[in-house]
Ligand binder design. Structure first.
Ligand SMILES: [Zn+2]
Length: 417
């Protein structure tokens, strides 16, 4: 009995046809950039499915497709659901798209059964989550809560096209983006369903989980200066090898991160100079990315890492500087939404697992502005941003049923951020 899942998977396949470079990866890869012709075709398709589900549909000025299903009383405050329909290059079919189409499927069920809730539902299909084409990202979701940065409109893609011009050509309106912001009392909360993009649910044998927070991230550039020298003539005991020192530092980062629950740290790039086979490296620069669902945990870990790296540098007689290059606070999900999602998962007879999100999502735009929460759906091998992205029809089916159950039981009157 997975008719809802089967129908949802068919739609996900159909939507994936709106892609450029579909010959890549044997036609399985999906590339759909913000404000592209493929985005337009996908937005039109999503709008048609929203209409079929009984929703009033419009494209808002920042190119979000908005479908509204009225509650028992027309004009009631709306519970916002949704995710994004843009993709990275050579993406899979489920990242973002699953959350939009599962929400439409849940509303379609209400509509089919003639059910009206005490509040309205709006499904939002954002166009700009991945940030691939223009320098800014999350513009659609940020606009909903009045956090749109007008500088984004001046950003250009690699062909030199200005975002404001692309938006106008798409059917949006750069001059009236402020009108998108929901007034107090118009929106109740934002709930996003998304594939996990990690391996935790699969490893736990669970189809669905509850997101606690979207990790904050700190990034650093670490520079280590030793002394370059001849690889043949300088004895081992006389060396101040910047790369060996950096190697010890990388291992220390791994060790510290591994000792802290839910914290991850990565050295993703390293460069040694002068970079010759017969020269002892005199200088090394590496990056460090540290993420955690709680800011105080991340800050403490960054301090511990810094202290450890300074100790290694002192012991090895090399100089070191650590420069912060990026800092994003964690977006904590609202306890009131977590509670409601957990109850829906329990009612489905599933063990409720709480987990942080290591990746960014539209939901983070709402943190602190509107009660916000997320559900994660298991994906095969934790793989995403890859044509091999995969979910099962059973999990797709359950996603719609749990969303539907969440809507039916959603206590909107006692909602608190
Ligand atoms: Zn996504």
């Amino acid at each position: 009995m997975t008719e809802l899942g089967t129908a949802l998977m068919e739609r996900l396949d159909a939507l994936a046809a709106h892609s450029q470079d579909s010959s890549d990866q044997g036609g399985r890869a999906l590339t759909r950039l913000f404000l592209s012709a493929q985005h337009k075709a996908a937005a039109d398709q999503v709008a048609a499915w929203m209409k079929d589900a009984g929703m009033a549909v419009h494209l808002d000025p920042i190119a979000t497709v908005v479908g509204r299903y009225e509650g028992a009383t027309p004009g009631a405050p709306a519970l916002l659901l949704g995710s994004h329909i843009d993709t990275v290059r050579n993406a899979g079919k489920y990242d973002g798209n699953l959350g939009v189409l599962a929400a439409i499927a849940a509303v379609a069920e209400l509509n089919r059964l003639g059910e009206r809730l005490p509040f309205a539902i709006e499904v939002l299909a954002f166009g700009d989550e991945e940030g691939v084409r223009f320098p800014h990202t999350l513009t659609g979701s940020r606009a909903i809560v009045g956090r749109f940065d007008a500088d984004a409109l001046e950003g250009r893609d690699r062909e030199g096209v200005r975002m404001a011009d692309a938006l106008r050509a798409f059917g949006g309106d750069p001059d009236s983006i402020a009108s998108v912001t929901r007034k107090p009392g118009e929106a109740l909360a934002f709930v996003e369903l998304h594939i996990e993009q990690g391996p935790v649910l699969e490893a736990e044998g669970l189809p669905i989980g509850i997101v606690t927070a979207i990790n904050g991230a700190s990034r650093f550039s670490v520079r280590v200066r030793g002394v370059a020298g001849h690889a043949g003539t300088v004895p081992m005991g006389h060396r101040r090898d910047a790369l060996v020192a950096a190697a010890e530092m990388v291992l220390a980062v791994e060790r510290i991160a591994s000792s802290i629950a839910n914290l991850v740290a990565t050295v993703g790039r390293i460069e040694a100079k002068p970079g010759a086979v017969n020269v002892i490296p005199g200088e090394v620069v590496f990056t460090m990315d540290v993420r955690a669902p709680e800011d105080f945990v991340r800050d403490a870990a960054c301090t511990a890492i810094r202290t450890e790296l300074e100790g290694i540098a002192a012991r090895r007689g090399v100089a070191m500087t650590i420069e912060g290059t990026h800092n994003d606070a964690a977006a904590v999900c609202s306890p009131a939404i977590i509670e409601r999602i957990e109850a829906a998962i329990r009612r489905a007879g599933i063990r409720p697992l709480h987990l942080p999100s290591g990746a960014g999502h539209d939901a983070m735009s709402f943190a602190g502005a509107l009660p916000m929460g997320m559900l994660f759906v298991r994906c095969k091998g934790g793989i995403s941003h890859n044509p091999a992205e995969s979910i099962t029809v059973e999990d797709a089916d359950l996603s719609v049923r749990i969303l539907l159950d969440l809507l039916r039981h959603f206590d909107h009157e006692t909602l608190r951020a």
